[in-house]
Design a protein around this ligand. Structure first.
Ligand code: HSE
Length: 430
């Protein structure tokens, strides 16, 4: 039976989960696939911390070179994250003729084109199922299941931390700070949660989805990104009263020959399937012209779901290495089926707007006058309290409006003397 030697770089929480799963399932995978997957080397700079899995000491090394230059190793699994040194590790592993598996969305977003081009050139595989949606097999679905489809829409709830925070705010009435503390206490949010709550992690993952779904090369910096930092408990409540949930969506939407790519908090109707995705779960909604609407739902993070995805890549490579084609270009080709990324200024959505204004006659007329000046039509207005002469919250829903016009209108409204404090605007989809 063919034996595949795997070298793992990164023995942290995810690395240890992968090692444990590979160790426990060696026989199971051998019987299922006819390939023996052997852990040949595990590399980490910290070999002292106790891991939840025991491994023979001779497998462990601090030297990356002992993995990538070992001629016996067939597959390098990169689980350290970040751009450097992960990019050099992956590129050098490929140059050494090794297939690569990675969960590193930040790196794929930044340098995916370079990595995939080199892999194509060398006829090697790069598996990255764990980079988006943890254990959800969305990468394989887009590469293979939907290969015949022209995808026109992907909506993703692809950051579990943000979804957990929004769910706690919505289901338990918590404020943003309390919900974030709870996410940290439960181990969903990092001590520095910025990448998750700023939308950055979702943007990294969206750039991977955009490549697979639309053949578009977009770095996270090309993607309009807003996180959940400005969402208040009131917004969750007011949106709910109007029949909407607030979710952090990563959106890839075909707009003619252009592609809309954006990450932002979004009002979605409570009747949409995505509105019911709660807690730290992820979900990805995909619409293709043949297949229609599909929803993928599952755990987007954590050692076990991530191991499920990493092992699926190792097995796929092991099967290839046993004879089938290992050319990846057929799957991750840059098809150029969209010409460019649409400017955020030109996108058209409905909007939820909340502002604080003085409760006195004529205030709403002033505000609606500004909206009218920019051609923005109001669908509904609700004044949330009645306190003559003092400041009250007002919530508006608009009909579809062009982003640039809305941005100008909001700037003017915020500058009105009768409007006080911070203005909240959330786009509406679905
Ligand atoms: N921090 C991410 C999340 C998981 O909260 O979904 C890793 O991509």
């Amino acid at each position: 039976m063919k034996k595949i030697n795997v070298g793992i770089i990164g023995f942290g929480t995810i690395g240890a989960g992968v090692v444990r799963a590979l160790k426990n399932r060696r026989l199971f995978l051998k019987e299922k696939n006819g390939v023996d997957i052997n852990i040949a080397r595990i590399c980490d700079k910290d070999l002292k911390t106790k891991r939840p899995v025991s491994v023979p000491a001779q497998l462990l090394t601090r030297s990356i070179g002992k993995v990538i230059y070992d001629p016996n190793i067939d597959v390098v699994v990169e689980l350290i994250g970040g751009i450097r040194p992960a990019r050099d590790i992956i590129l050098e592993s490929l140059r050494q003729g090794k297939h690569v598996v990675t969960a590193n969305k930040a790196l794929l977003s930044d340098s995916g084109d370079r990595i995939f081009s080199l892999a194509n050139e060398l006829g090697l595989c790069v598996g990255f199922e764990a980079s988006v949606g943890g254990g959800i097999p969305i990468i394989r679905a887009l590469k293979e299941g939907f290969v015949a489809d022209r995808i026109d829409l992907i909506y993703g709830i692809i950051n579990g931390t943000s979804n957990f925070i929004l769910s706690m705010m919505s289901d338990n009435g918590l404020g943003f700070k309390e919900a974030l503390s709870m996410a940290q206490a439960k181990g969903y949010a990092e001590r520095d949660p910025y990448l998750d709550i700023s939308g950055g992690d979702s943007a990294h993952k969206l750039s991977v989805l955009a490549l697979l779904g639309f053949g578009a090369v977009a770095k996270a910096s090309d993607i309009y990104t807003e996180g959940i930092l400005g969402i208040e408990q009131d917004d969750i409540r007011y949106a709910s009263e109007m029949g909407y949930a607030i979710k952090l969506l990563a959106i890839a939407k075909r707009a003619g020959q252009l592609l809309e790519l954006r990450v932002h908090p979004t009002l979605i109707s409570k009747s949409h399937l995505l509105a019911n995705v709660g807690g730290a779960y992820n979900a990805i909604f995909v619409r293709g012209d043949l297949v229609g609407e599909n929803l993928f739902y599952g755990q987007g993070a954590g050692p076990s779901p991530t191991s499920s995805a990493v092992l699926s890549d190792i097995v796929a490579i092991a099967r290839c290495a046993c004879g089938a084609s290992s050319k990846i270009e057929q799957y991750v080709g840059i098809r150029k089926d969209v010409k460019a990324i649409e400017s955020i200024d030109r996108i058209v959505t409905r909007h939820y707007i909340k502002f604080l204004a003085i409760d006195k006659p004529g205030v709403l007329a002033k505000i609606s006058g500004v909206l009218a000046k920019y051609g923005i039509s109001i669908a509904s207005v609700t004044q949330k309290e009645r306190r003559a002469g003092s400041i009250v919250p007002i919530v508006m829903m608009t009909h579809e409006a062009v982003e640039k016009a809305m941005a100008k209108a909001l700037k003017e409204i915020a500058a009105l003397k009768v409007v006080k404090g911070r203005l909240v605007r959330i786009r509406v989809e679905a």
